[in-house]
Design a protein around this ligand. Sequence first.
Ligand SMILES: [Mg+2]
Ligand SMILES: [Zn+2]
Length: 185
Amino acid sequence: MALTEAEIEERIRSGCPGEQHPVFAEGKPRPTAFLDRDGVINKDRGYVHRIEDIELMPDAIEAIEDLKKAGWWVVVVTNQSGVGCGLYTEEEFREISRWMLRRMPIDVIFCCLHDPEDRCPARKPGTTMLESAERVLPIDKSMSFLVGDKLTDIQAAEAFGIPGHRYDGGSLLSFVRRACAELGA
Ligand SMILES: [Mg+2]
Ligand SMILES: [Zn+2]
């Protein structure tokens, strides 16, 4: 059940204010795992923007597959200010996103490409990316969490009203399973 190119493109979305997004899914609210990208799915080597620089964290794919099997939404929320700062292009960001979407069952990738100086409220610790997700997916917030490697990720989760879990390596599968267990899932 490989995704078509159109399905891949519709999963890569700007989470910034003013973006009009088509609904991604409807129905009964589901638990949702919000995952930061750099430092959670792949090693954060600083402004990763080339596929050859992607080094996945341990059990990253297994963690996402496990969540999907259990009926969770898996939503990536990633600050990508390297685009806004001119260090790499939006197309380079999208190419990495496509690479990931072809290899792991992520539902949607929300990004903020703004330079911090733009003060975009989508940039974590802002919550607009999370709110953007909520508008296009039926999310059960009482059964959701965010995994990030920085304090700003945790702050975004808390401001949105879900637990934020700080991950700093080791099996992402074990980490996510513990986060699910804390919610009784
Ligand atoms: Mg990170
Ligand atoms: Zn933004």
